[in-house]
Design a protein around this ligand. Sequence first.
Ligand SMILES: Cc1cc2nc3c(=O)[nH]c(=O)nc-3n(C[C@H](O)[C@H](O)[C@H](O)COP(=O)(O)OP(=O)(O)OC[C@H]3O[C@@H](n4cnc5c(N)ncnc54)[C@H](O)[C@@H]3O)c2cc1C
Length: 509
Amino acid sequence: MAAAKKTKPSAAKGPAEKIYDSFIVGAGISGIAAAIKLKKEGYNNFKIIERADRVGGTWRENTYPGCGCDVPSSLYSYSFALSSKWSHLFAKQPEILSYLEEVSDNFDITPLIEFNTNLQSATWDESRYLWVLGTSNGEHLARTVVFATGPITESKTPVLPGLESFSGEMFHSAKWNHDYDLTGKRVAVIGTGASAIQFVPQIQPKVKELFVFQRTAPWVLPKPDLPLGDRVKQTIEVLPVIQRGWRNAVSRSLNVINFGLRNPKVLRPISTAAKQLLRLQISDKALRKAVTPDFTLGCKRVLFANDYYPALQADNTHLIPHGLVEVDGNTVVAANGERHEVDVIIWGTGFEVSHPPIGSKVVNANGDRLSDLWKDTSPEAYLGAALENTPNAFLVLGPNVLVYDSFIGLAEAQLDYIIDGLKKVKDNDIGKISIRSDVLRQHNAKVQKHLKGTVFNSGGCKSYYLDQNGRNFAAWPWSLAELKRRLSVFDLDDYDVTYRNEAVLSKVS
Ligand SMILES: Cc1cc2nc3c(=O)[nH]c(=O)nc-3n(C[C@H](O)[C@H](O)[C@H](O)COP(=O)(O)OP(=O)(O)OC[C@H]3O[C@@H](n4cnc5c(N)ncnc54)[C@H](O)[C@@H]3O)c2cc1C
């Protein structure tokens, strides 16, 4: 891991007087891009805060061994900042974090960020058409807000009987304890999702015994990763057209996968090939049976790894094809009653994604806290960005925009839409802009209708795309091109708009 960059908070304490045109919360991929794009549009009266002491979001927080990208880096990078430095086709976390820091520095965003500043409350003030933003370093006022606070940030661990009796070490993959030496230890890994399949092969050679608890066998396809040598990097640097061409080729191939996710029959030959590959990769019949997925490919996020199955077959690894149901002292108990004594539990149990944590901070124009509104269901938004009764505020990577592609591309497309909206607010002297309820309802009804035929809803799995009621709050049911088309113009007709002078006039009359 690179050394932490510290920047002092510079906020004034106490009630705010200055009014910002815009306020960005979060300096991960989305917040950095929001600031760059606002600057490009000539904005200088905006503020960006970050609760941590450096940029990077996901890639700052997740430092587990083997952490990396499952989308080729030529695509998992900003369209306006392609890099020739990637050491592999699929970059690892330290490189992605360095890249984000470099982009933030190169575009002069880092000095603008107020680090170590946590947004504690965001309350819409109807009388002034302003957001009142309470932070750990004082209060701010802003006409508009961009919540770039992340879609996958809240790590999730199960509540299990007896957990308090465990006297060994325990940590979540997103909060890896690098001070704890796993050498020679008996380790229980709970979960076989995207993070676990990356760290299991890394820790397996050093631990004494590895118990991998698997509730559902994921689809794991070979990762077409390759190192990129100096000559390749130099060529890309001199001829960026190669990088762009590679980016377009990756994008096109992901479009094909996306087509398959919307039309599951198309993916059948891939799942047949994947099962044949499994036969070649795993000789032990019982293990092969246990890791063979029982749902349609694509229903859960498809995972890519070349070293996961070999790690499962190592002599010191025991795959337990059941969930962990109980902890009894230092013994972990599986759903089938199997018991194993361990020194450490590593939670590879993923994240709480159906209820963005920012909801607990935001009070909308009706005086409702968003998390209260989302108590019994996951949130709905217009194009993943605009929330009902929440004027002049936009969420990046909000509900129902997930396409199997790079989140960076999705965030950029959304930010183009959001910034088009912010410009319209500023240029037209708009006091208040709020997504129309009928537009929101119609949009989400269509989204849900079209999701029915997709593999996410009909593939026979319980994925993180579905909320507690089985509603798919995450996926976009159409193509990425369609999402980009819809996001290409911010149409004021979709919004209830109050102009500033109109508001003043109506207050006077
Ligand atoms: C382990 C892992 C691997 C992933 N791999 C991929 C991949 O291969 N491909 C892909 O496309 N996507 C991947 N993702 C998804 C990833 O989250 C997104 O790609 C992307 O990083 C999201 O960026 P973001 O800026 O929107 O959010 P984040 O990276 O989560 O950043 C949000 C920022 O907001 C800050 N923040 C939050 N709340 C507050 C507050 N109240 N006050 C102040 N600051 C706040 C946070 O500290 C954070 O820095 C992965 C996610 C994880 C967890």
